[in-house]
Design a protein around this ligand. Structure first.
Ligand code: OAD
Ligand code: ZN
Length: 252
């Protein structure tokens, strides 16, 4: 692994830019850090969401059945946060990459919809999307905000409980999305991990898969992570600063 201080970040970015050609097949593998600059709290930071709320109380099916109104309210609060923020320059840089290379895919662990709002068209959501909800009994989908009045539980017309379309603790990832993510990890030539701590599996296994399939691995993160030792190059910094710099170095 090569780590760069800010002094030589420019030249490291330059050599990364030289690797990227119109034939490149790029995967961005993203986590909560890419949305931090938009104002969405990350999971494991000091002021992260789960410092204040115990995940085991909120993000699992048993708790939802026990106290659906509480879990719905928490997700509604989180949906409000993401609806009130904007994609940042990191999201936009990743969206802009699509027009520069043959294949560019975003595999995200985020549920905040910000990649799509930034204009990325190829987004694989490994952990679902907080803006979608569905009935656990009949499966009908609800788009948009869940309306919860006076702490009441939101029910479907059929009487079933309505839950967010996100992956909870103990639940499987959407099989099709993960299968497609694995395919891209195997086929890409550049795998860029951005703003993820890389500790939640099976998603965190994708960088290893990409590496063993021959991809060049790059990390963009404000800190060293569990994935750093796997990387060919690590950029320590904010995704909203590093990625636009990389884009500016690509030939138009
Ligand atoms: P984490 O909160 O674990 O990690 C966020 C990472 O972003 C950390 O490594 C930070 O150093 C980094 N970071 C913070 N600000 C940044 C910035 N401006 N630019 C670049 N990096 C920055 O979030 P995830 O890795 O996404 O799963 O967490 C993975 C999964 O854990 C989530 O999808 C969620 C949670 O359990 C589910 O809900 C299923
Ligand atoms: Zn229903």
């Amino acid at each position: 692994m090569i780590s760069f201080s800010s002094a030589d970040t420019e030249s490291a970015l330059d050599s990364l830019a030289k690797r990227i050609t119109s034939n490149s097949y790029i995967v961005f593998f993203t986590g909560a850090g890419v949305s931090a600059e938009s104002g969405v709290p990350t999971f494991r930071s000091i002021d992260g969401l789960w410092e204040k709320f115990k995940p085991e109380e909120l993000a699992n099916f048993k708790s939802f059945i026990k106290n659906p109104a509480l879990v719905q309210a928490w997700y509604r609060h989180r949906a409000e946060i993401v609806n009130n923020v904007k994609p940042n320059r990191g999201h936009t840089a990743m969206a802009d990459m699509e027009s520069k290379v043959a294949t560019c895919v975003v595999i995200t662990q985020n549920v905040d919809n910000l990649h799509q709002r930034a204009g990325s068209r190829e987004v694989i959501e490994l952990h679902g999307n907080i803006l979608r909800n569905y009935c656990i009994d009949c499966g009908v989908q609800f788009e948009g905000d869940l309306l919860i009045e006076n702490g009441e539980t939101t029910l479907c017309k059929c009487g079933g409980l309505v839950r967010p379309d996100v992956v909870w603790f103990g639940e499987m990832l959407p099989a099709n999305s993960f299968r497609i993510a694995e395919k891209h990890a195997r086929k890409c030539d550049l795998f860029i991990s951005v703003g993820t701590s890389g500790v939640v599996f099976p998603a965190a296994g994708l960088p290893t898969l990409a590496k063993s399939s021959g991809a060049f691995l790059v990390e963009v993160n404000t800190e060293a992570t569990d994935l750093s030792s796997l990387m060919d190059v690590t950029f320590q910094g904010k995704s909203g600063e590093i990625l636009p710099k990389l884009m500016s170095l690509l030939k138009s």
